[in-house]
Design a protein around this ligand. Structure first.
Ligand SMILES: C[S@@+](CC[C@H](N)C(=O)[O-])C[C@H]1O[C@@H](n2cnc3c(N)ncnc32)[C@H](O)[C@@H]1O
Length: 213
C-alpha cells in the first residue's frame, strides 16, 4: 500500500530523493522532521570550515545563501565573519524556524530561480551549501543568471559526494572535478576532504562569476 498524502514517512530522505528519483517535497519534510540532515549538529565540518576560510581569504563581507534551511550554517558564518547576510529557502517552515532561532539574520521564503531579485543587497558572494543536488534541472540557467546579475562577484559552492553509492545526479557530475568542469566560472580555490570512516567526500570551492577563458 502506498503512503497517504501528508503521512509521515520513515525517513526524511523519502521526501527529498527516493530510489534515485528527485521528490523535492521540502516543506512537507520540514513539517514532519525537526532536524533533517542534522543541521543543528553541523555535519560536513571540513567543507563548512572551508567555506568560511574562502570568505576570509577573499575578503567577502556579504552574501546571499541559497537553500539556507534552518539557518545553522548562516549563524556560524555570521559568528566567524560578521558578514551581511540574506538566506532564502523554498520551505516556509524552515524559514520560520531559522528566523526564530537566529533573529539577528535575514531569512526569506523564496526559490533559487528568483536569485536575480537580490542585486539591491549587493552581495559580494552567492553561497550554495548542500543544495545543488536539488536544483540540477535549473543549474545551467542559474549559472547564466549569476553571470548576468552578479558578474565579478564570488560563487561559493559546498557539496558532498557519496563514495561509490551515488545513484541520483550522476549524469551531471560524480565528483568535484566534474562539477568544476560544468561550472562556467573562473575557479579560484577548492578542497576535498574525507576520513576513513566517512561514506562521503566533502567539497568546497570558490569561483569568480565571470566566464572562464
Ligand atoms: C541540505 S539543506 C542545506 C541547508 C544549509 N544550507 C546547510 O548547509 O546547512 C538544503 C536546503 O535547500 C532548500 N531548497 C531545495 N530546493 C530549493 C530551491 N529550489 N530554492 C531554494 N531552496 C531550496 C531545501 O528546502 C533545504 O532547506
Amino acid at each position: 500500500m502506498g503512503r497517504k498524502e501528508n503521512e509521515r514517512p520513515a525517513s526524511y530522505h523519502d521526501l527529498v530523493i527516493k530510489d534515485g528519483r528527485f521528490i523535492g517535497r521540502f516543506e512537507e519534510m520540514y513539517q514532519h522532521f525537526d532536524q533533517p540532515w542534522m543541521q543543528d549538529k553541523q555535519p560536513n565540518p571540513y567543507s563548512r570550515a572551508s567555506g568560511i576560510l574562502h570568505m576570509q581569504r577573499f575578503g567577502i563581507r556579504s552574501l546571499v545563501e541559497v537553500g539556507c534551511g534552518l539557518g545553522y550554517y548562516a549563524d556560524r558564518i555570521h559568528k566567524a565573519t560578521g558578514a551581511r547576510y540574506v538566506g532564502i529557502d523554498v520551505a516556509p517552515t524552515a524559514v520560520a524556524k531559522a528566523k526564530a532561532h537566529f533573529p539577528h539574520l535575514d531569512f526569506r521564503v523564496d526559490e533559487v530561480k528568483n536569485l536575480a531579485q537580490y542585486t539591491d543587497f549587493q552581495p559580494d558572494a552567492i553561497l550554495f551549501a548542500e543544495v545543488t543536488w536539488y536544483v540540477l534541472d535549473q543549474l545551467d540557467a542559474l549559472f547564466k543568471l549569476m553571470l548576468t546579475h552578479y558578474p565579478g562577484k564570488y560563487f561559493i559552492h559546498n557539496l558532498v559526494f557519496y563514495k561509490g553509492t551515488q545513484r541520483y545526479g550522476t549524469e551531471h557530475f560524480t565528483n568535484l572535478k566534474e562539477f568544476m568542469a560544468r561550472a562556467p566560472f573562473t575557479p579560484l580555490g577548492w578542497m576535498e576532504a574525507t576520513t576513513e570512516a566517512d561514506s562521503t567526500i566533502e567539497t568546497s570551492s570558490i569561483f569568480r562569476i565571470e566566464r572562464r577563458t
